[in-house]
Design a protein around this ligand. Sequence first.
Ligand code: SF4
Length: 295
Amino acid sequence: MVLIMVANRPEPKGLPMKLLLHACCGPCSLEPVRMLLAEGHSLTIYYANSNIYPATEYDHRLQTLLDWARAEGIAVVEGAYEPDRWEASAGAVGEALRKRSQAAEGGGATDAQNIAETNAPTETAAHHVPSPDARTEPRCRACYRLRFQEAARYAVDHGFDGLATTLSVSPYQHTSAIEEELSRAAQQAGIAAVFEDFRPFYPAATERSQALGMYRQNYCGCRFSLDEMQTQRQERKRQRDRERARHQAETAEERAREAERTAARKAERAAYDAKQARKRAILKELRGQAPGDRD
Ligand code: SF4
């Protein structure tokens, strides 16, 4: 087994090989495919993602990938979609973590709430990209393991020399665990693990996928990550509401003073207008009198 470890670009890579690229979706495939092709590898994409929930989301991501890959002339193979297998491995780990988290919190906050609060953007770092929460690592590791093992089996059965993944483009993933699990799966299958840390290219992948009008999901894939995303969204809304309320309270006095100034200006204007109206009425009356009447 050959392990090719590459930190960042541009650097000379290992020998070009017939590579099976495990891909989670279309947007995450853009930059890894571009770079692996530039390195001379011959690529086939393997979509093995039993983690994705619900099935409609799985289909949507697959279709987005297929549409793009067809236009690029890259072969895509769909693996088995077996959510039950995922539930029996990563899902079970996720449930155990959730129970432990709830027990630690005295049954108060849910795991998703805890993770969401940890990852919620702060006032000073509104555009901060959160690191993956360490508490999800065992679940995600089991998820990577299942998918990479399936991909490695396919790679061996179909004469591929190595296995790579697009997962390492996302800063939201556990990069070290991805590298370790890719290496483990490839080693067990007797093929090369081609791991590259594609995270520096995440902004480019985001821009390109937006420019291409690709469907871009807003959660990793499993039901836990869907919960976490929704909880994070609710937490961000609560935070915005709190900030709005605080701003309203802080500016209440100034707004009251401004309202008083506006009312005073209006009253002044109304008094001026009334005075002008009286003047015009007097002039009109004077003009209306006959000349002989004036003396
Ligand atoms: S968050 Fe993503 S990597 Fe982690 S278990 Fe869920 S689908 Fe898998």
